[in-house]
Design a protein around this ligand. Structure first.
Ligand code: ATP
Ligand code: MG
Length: 423
């Protein structure tokens, strides 16, 4: 690109055609699992009123304090590009009456926006698939949802991802813990960073979420929320754990796991890998039993999670997934007029379901066209010359294996291509 060319915005990246097959495969695999558990897709806008995120994610969180893309539109309304999907999903559920006397299981996917420092696995526009279930507070739903995420990761072939779980109790049980936590943190005030000192007054639980190693070492010995759970939350957590044990899903209880958003209650969980550095969480979620009411709906328990697609794709790409997937099966070399070639291509597409056929356009010599066929990634070149045309046949040339070259009648060409597509 010339130096005058306009470049993409920092942290906003393109997914190029050689990468899209992995994306499609990841999205398709996740979607199949969601459907197998009775989830239905909801499509939500990327733009919401800023107030929605302030009231749900929480004022004293990294996202709301420093990461949102917020602007005034031409009417002077404050709008924000969604940094996550749950708030919009709850908003839509309330607004459409979807949550009344129903227990919808919903999933969504699409871009999210956070003004973070871009690095591997951390972008400013990134993509999530998320799911939420409303109206059910039973612990078996928590367990089933976690089992479902385990299946997704297994179907994606990602086995070295660890599950961490915790319980955050209820807002009431958190109040008792908060006092002890604040007292402890005052004793270690000098080891806290500036952010944590400020949050000590406003939202001390958030300090567990700090990425600063000094702060993390202070938090390692801090009073644990898990020891202050109300009886009901403790029983709920125990049932979730027992069900996971029964299901054979391994996990580690991490008492410091609090998640970066304020709306969580009771069960929270994360799937973490060591292979992406500090960007190791590929899936995260939990209960948010108070959020619907907080956003103006009737009290409705809920639970959900989101998967970070860039991180899943990065893990798979590292393993050499992808390759020529998505490339055409066949490339049609045109050594005749264009009209019969177009006709042949159409007939083949009709006769061979699923066939990806690219026809040469812009003429070019025979050798040049074969070079293009090779560059296209196709496995087979089809050649239509005067001789083939006169005989009603096609020359089929294997570009990748030992198959050589043969001139075949139309019906046999179809049979050959069906096998290529089916393989
Ligand atoms: P992290 O701790 O890595 O910042 P988070 O707790 O902020 O993650 P969530 O809000 O729970 O993340 O989002 C769910 C998932 O979305 C994360 O586990 C991660 O896989 C992905 N994700 C979050 N932020 C980004 C980002 N900036 N770029 C790429 N993926 C992201
Ligand atoms: Mg984050």
């Amino acid at each position: 690109m010339s130096s005058k060319g306009i470049r993409s915005v920092r942290g906003f990246s393109d997914v190029l055609p050689e990468e899209t097959p992995i994306w499609q495969w990841v999205e398709g695999t996740i979607r199949q699992v969601l459907e197998a558990y009775g989830y239905r897709e909801i499509r939500l806008p990327v733009l919401e009123r800023t107030e929605l995120f302030r009231r749900s994610i929480g004022e004293v969180t990294d996202i709301v304090e420093k990461e949102m893309y917020t602007f005034e539109d031409r009417n002077g309304d404050s709008l924000t590009l969604r940094p996550e999907g749950t708030a919009g999903c709850v908003r839509a559920g309330i607004e459409s009456g979807l949550l009344h006397n129903a227990e919808p299981r919903l999933w969504y996917s699409g871009p999210m926006f956070r003004h973070e420092r871009p690095q591997k696995g951390r972008l400013r526009q990134f993509h999530q698939v998320g799911a939420e279930v409303f109206g059910v507070n039973a612990p078996e739903l928590d367990a089933e949802m976690i089992v479902m995420t385990a299946r997704m990761l297994r179907d994606l072939g990602l086995e070295d991802v660890r599950l961490q779980i915790n319980s955050l109790g209820t807002p009431e049980s958190r109040a008792a813990h908060r006092e002890k936590l604040v007292e402890y943190l005052h004793k270690h005030y000098e080891r806290l960073d500036e952010d944590s000192r400020r949050r000590l007054e406003t939202n001390p639980l958030r300090i567990f979420d700090s990425k600063d190693p000094h702060v993390q070492s202070v938090m390692a010995d801090a009073p644990r929320l898990l020891d202050h759970l109300d009886a009901e939350s403790a029983a709920h957590f125990e049932t979730v754990r027992n069900l996971l044990d029964e299901a054979g899903v391994e996990y580690e209880v991490n008492p410091a796991l609090v998640r970066g958003l304020d709306y969580y209650t009771r069960t929270v969980f994360e799937w973490v890998t060591d292979r992406l550095g500090a960007q190791g969480t590929v899936c995260a979620g939990g209960r948010f039993d108070a959020l619907v009411e907080q956003l103006g709906g009737r009290p409705t328990p809920a639970i959900g999670f989101a998967l970070g697609l860039e991180r899943l794709v990065a893990l798979l790409a590292e393993r050499g997934h992808g390759g020529r997937a998505g490339a055409p099966h066949a490339y049609l070399v045109v050594a005749t007029e264009a009209a019969p070639a177009l006709r042949l291509a159409e007939s083949l597409r009709e006769a061979v379901p699923g066939l990806r056929l690219q026809m040469n356009a812009g003429a070019g010599g025979f050798k040049g066209q074969l070079k293009r066929a090779d560059r296209s990634g196709a496995g087979v070149a089809l050649i239509l010359g005067a001789e083939e045309q006169a005989a009603g046949e096609v020359t089929v040339k294997d570009l990748r294996g030992e198959g050589g070259q043969q001139q075949l009648p139309f019906a046999e060409t179809v049979a050959y291509l069906r096998e290529v597509v089916g393989a």
